[in-house]
Design a protein around this ligand. Structure first.
Ligand SMILES: [Zn+2]
Length: 154
């Protein structure tokens, strides 16, 4: 089982504290670490042998992409992004999942190209530092903000 399948299992069992909302093709969750405030993920519902966007049937793929775009819009509005960043990677866990990062000028400090560039130009140990984990209270308020914006769009 992969980490994302585990997290989805927790959602189904009602014990995933990061869970925000279920959509038709996936689950919206808040990221574990919040260096990029509002970092959220959209997890595709299925894994099995699917590891690439192009393996999905056309209708399903378009729905998944549309819903991802709505989650990004809600994330942007809920957390005040200057620009959204979208990533579907999968060398860690091949399960289809979008990383949706609200970006703001200066958020990678002096790293990258004079402070500009993708989130992964910021050092991993800083991005995933325990200092960036939201408190239970903060997490609840973030989930509520995102849920409100999602409900306006869906
Ligand atoms: Zn999986």
């Amino acid at each position: 089982m992969c980490l994302i399948c585990d997290r989805i299992e927790m959602i189904k069992n009602g014990i995933n504290p990061y869970f925000v909302k279920e959509l038709e093709t996936g689950y919206v969750v808040i990221g574990d670490h919040q260096h990029f405030y509002g970092y959220s993920l959209f997890l595709y519902k299925h894994h099995e042998n699917i590891t690439e966007l192009f393996q999905l049937e056309r209708e399903e793929k378009l729905k998944f992409l549309e819903e991802m775009s709505l989650v990004a819009e809600a994330t942007s509005k809920a957390f005040g992004a200057e620009k959204m960043n979208y990533e579907l990677l999968g060398m860690g866990d091949a399960h289809l999942h979008w990383h949706l990062n609200p970006r703001r000028k200066g958020d990678i400090g002096n790293y990258g190209n004079n402070g500009a560039g993708p989130v992964w130009w910021y050092p991993m140990e800083k991005m995933y530092s325990d200092d960036n984990r939201p408190s239970a209270e903060k997490l609840e308020s973030m989930k509520e903000k995102l849920r409100i914006e999602l409900e306006k769009l869906i």
